[in-house]
Design a binder for this molecule. Structure first.
Ligand code: 0X9
Ligand code: ZN
Length: 413
């Protein structure tokens, strides 16, 4: 009998444990032919031990692949067989996880470490208490595990045109909520004249975490979790909430397999997060003209659409605005971005928030940032890069909205 009890205790402990990535490696692979791109796509079909951090897309575009230690021999063999150039980016993922999260346990909010959902939410409450006439806490939606999707509305003057800011839809992209919080603080406290003008001439709807269950899970169980946490099959949890929105749903670059990282869900808005958020966003749709979503990583500034490489609606203007914005971003620390249509710049993907906001709600200014870096650290960006990332992103937003204004926005598309 005691043996069974001991065994059960051990099993129980194992269940409570965190995923570890000891000796997992991340490789950067650059396919030089269409055939090589196809071979890389084959790795996507193998769920055991291979996981793309950046999916393969086109010839000469990098793909970043994480490989588990037991799959390394197979990986090296395959690369040698097909002669694809690659290099190693991260030698031991677990070591880097430990380095970049060691400081993130503090209970008070700052920009020198990454914080838990509770600490971020507490900071939103504090900011509302500190600026009672300007900041109001709003609940934009709810999660499968019963959490609130909390944000703030910031307003310096009634009836300003609005800007919606979304962070953290992908759980592991920790620099996204951190940058959104940085922007929020700048809007409230910066003394820079350009930032003040931008802040005070708009109403802001700011949500640092669109995927709270996933974010909590990255802190407690698996640092590299991307999706939501709703069970879709016995073994596989979560849809990709940036594939679950009801605009050209699952028409490309999205999976119908619940075990995949880009699983689109069982139907448009099959996740309570996207469903409830879409209802909230619709309810304030006449109050904003611009929507900005923050992801990581790759250093890209993209605009709709994700389903086609065609240049639709105000493509040329968005490209011109994007170019000014990334030029301003580069000035402070030399960080280089690329701008362009989503499908051309990264890959075909459908069911994202920015496509929905443009395609269904017809908002003319809709951008996705892929923040730092280009792959040295990827999702595990060291916390000492939070402030510089925030600063350069703020610079780019100032330039973006200056150029939009010069071009007559807000206006309809
Ligand atoms: O695949 C995504 O959702 C984004 N890249 S990430 O590495 N952060 O996952 C790109 C989103 C691009 N936007 C659209 N597809 N609309
Ligand atoms: Zn993302």
């Amino acid at each position: 009998m005691w043996k069974i009890i001991v065994l059960c205790t051990i099993v129980g402990l194992a269940a409570a444990q965190k995923a570890t990535f000891k000796n997992y490696k991340v490789f950067r692979i650059i396919p030089t032919t269409e055939a090589q791109v196809e071979i890389l796509r084959e790795f996507q079909e193998v769920s055991d031990g291979f996981s793309f951090w950046e999916a393969p897309s086109y010839v000469n575009k990098q793909a970043d692949l994480m490989v588990a230690p037991h799959k390394l021999p197979e990986f090296y063999d395959a690369m040698a067989q097909v002669n694809i150039p690659y290099q190693i980016c991260i030698d031991d993922v677990q070591e880097l996880i430990e380095e970049t999260t060691s400081l993130s346990r503090s209970r008070t909010f700052d920009f020198t470490s990454y914080h838990t959902l509770d600490v971020i939410y507490k900071r939103l409450d504090e900011l509302a208490a500190e600026h009672p006439n300007k900041v109001q806490v709003v609940v934009g939606g709810k999660t499968y595990e019963g959490r609130q999707i909390k944000g703030v509305k910031v307003s310096f003057k009634a009836n300003n045109p609005g800007i919606f800011v979304e962070g953290g839809i992908h759980a592991r992209e920790w620099i996204s909520p951190a940058t959104v919080m940085f922007i929020l603080e700048q809007l409230l406290t910066s003394k820079d004249a350009d930032v003040r003008a931008l802040a005070e001439s708009h109403d802001w709807y700011i949500f640092p975490s669109f995927n709270p269950d996933g974010y909590v899970y990255t802190h407690t169980k698996n640092r590299l979790w991307r999706k939501t946490r709703k069970p879709y099959s016995v073994l596989c949890y979560g849809s990709d909430p940036n594939r679950n929105w009801d605009y050209r749903w699952r028409t490309g670059g999205a999976s119908s397999n619940p075990c995949d990282e880009t699983y689109a869900g069982s139907a448009p808005f099959s996740d309570i997060e996207t469903k409830s958020l879409s209802e909230y966003i619709k309810s304030i749709s006449d109050k904003f003209y611009a929507y900005i979503s923050f992801h990581s990583y790759s250093q890209l500034l993209m605009f709709p659409y994700g389903h086609t490489r065609e240049h639709l609606e105000n493509h040329d203007e968005l490209l011109a605005i994007g170019s000014k914005s990334i030029a301003a971003l580069k000035k402070r620390y030399g960080t280089e971005y690329v701008t362009g249509n989503i499908a051309e710049t990264i890959y075909i993907a459908t069911g994202s928030t920015v496509d929905y906001v443009k395609g269904v709600l017809r908002k003319p200014i809709s951008y996705t940032y892929e923040l730092r870096d280009r792959g040295r650290y990827g999702f595990l960006l060291p916390p000492d890069q939070i402030i510089p990332t925030g600063e350069e992103t703020m610079d780019s937003l100032v330039a973006l909205f200056k150029e939009a204004k010069a071009r007559g926005y807000p206006k309809n598309i």
